[in-house]
Design a protein around this ligand. Structure first.
Ligand code: MN
Ligand code: MN
Length: 365
């Protein structure tokens, strides 16, 4: 619907308006005029025809009228957004701000689908006023998420955001969305189901803005499959990755208003260290009964290539594999590895992509 220059105009037109009316007061007006929710920039991909931009007082989003869900949702978060109004209690709300020719997703499209109506901007993150809270129930802010993703793994990161805001007085700039295959599953034939859901969180101190970002600024980036999570696999840290990886998986350029040299640095770092690798991405290893093969199962990030290396305890590589093709995130990836020709003993299995490294161990008896 919007080409890039029009989106650009939408972002800045109100600034020009304010420039005319409030010239002496320009500095004070500038951030509000831009919308705080796109402080890090408006994410764009190479096809603007399905990026319909909506900016609300509570958040900003890009809607995809072919998928019938948002491409991304972007919002500012600090302790002031958390309040005490009760959770909106009605049905989820069709978004009448969409153009008339777009399908408007309704509450019942999700009913009995097996998928939760997963908030992107969490209900609790907009509880200062009833109107704020109601805005999170608009179905343009909702994605189909499996119950264990929505209620456990995704929630674990929402709780960490709440903790950072309330306990550490951080100010966060959050962007979230899904990764979709070429022919995604549809709820009620309309609502596309993402293969994976991702979230990017730029962590600043209260009151800081894009101009305060340095190469030391911490960014959390996660990619979580839209599948089933079992006990021990629901900690968000297990799904930490880089912004670069999410950009590759989605085709969007995020944090585009961060100066390029700094953007390149903060987007390539994974600041989250995972000490217990065991369950990262659901990694499991099963030796077969005759001990001549091991089966390795893990959930790769969409459209990433992984290498699998088996090391002995001295760190020497004894076997090396490249994943056959870029993985999509529909379910787990299974690799069957022949270990007949290696001696008995303990080995580590190291799995690596351009953005991730994780490992576990197995014994050949
Ligand atoms: Mn949720
Ligand atoms: Mn970027």
């Amino acid at each position: 619907m919007y080409n890039h220059s029009l989106i650009f105009t939408m972002k800045y037109c109100s600034i020009f308006f304010i420039l005319l009316l409030h010239l002496p007061n320009l500095h004070a007006q500038f951030p509000q005029a831009m919308s705080i929710h796109v402080e890090m920039g408006i994410p764009l991909d190479d096809n603007a025809s399905n990026d319909y931009l909506i900016i609300r007082p509570q958040y900003a989003l890009s809607y995809n009228q072919q998928l019938n869900v948002a491409n991304w949702i972007s919002w500012n978060l600090h302790r002031g957004w958390y309040g005490s109004v009760p959770r909106y209690s009605g049905n989820f709300i069709a978004d009448t701000s969409l153009p008339a020719e777009f399908y408007r997703v309704k509450h019942s499209d999700y009913t009995n689908s097996g998928y939760d109506r997963g908030h992107m901007v969490r209900s609790e993150e907009r509880t200062a006023t009833d109107e704020d809270n109601r805005s999170t129930f608009l179905l343009t802010n909702i994605m189909p998420q499996t119950p264990t993703l929505n209620q456990q793994t995704w929630l674990s990161l929402e709780l960490e955001c709440e903790r950072m805001c309330k306990n550490d007085n951080k100010e966060l700039f959050v962007i979230a969305g899904g990764v979709f295959g070429p022919n995604p599953k549809r709820l009620n034939t309309v609502v596309s189901v993402p293969d994976s859901c991702w979230k990017i969180i730029v962590i600043l101190d209260s009151g800081q803005r894009v101009k305060d970002i340095t190469s030391q600024t911490r960014v959390i980036a996660v990619m979580m499959k839209n599948g089933t999570y079992t006990s021990g696999t629901t900690d968000w840290k297990l799904y930490a990755t880089t912004v670069d990886a999410i950009e590759q998986s989605t085709g969007y350029d995020f944090l585009s208003d961060v100066p390029k040299p700094i953007q390149a640095i903060i987007e390539s770092k994974n600041y989250v260290s995972v000490r217990e690798y065991e369950h990262k991405r659901g990694l499991e290893v099963y030796p077969n009964p005759t001990q001549d093969h091991v089966t390795i199962i893990f959930d790769g990030m969409p459209y990433q290539t992984y290498s699998i290396d088996i090391h002995d305890l001295l760190g020497h590589s004894v076997k090396s594999y490249q994943s056959q093709s870029a993985l999509n995130a529909e379910g787990s990836s299974t690799f069957d590895i022949d270990v007949e020709d290696i001696p008995m003993g303990a080995y580590s299995i190291v799995i690596r992509s351009q953005h991730e490294l994780f490992a576990t161990q197995f014994m050949k008896h």
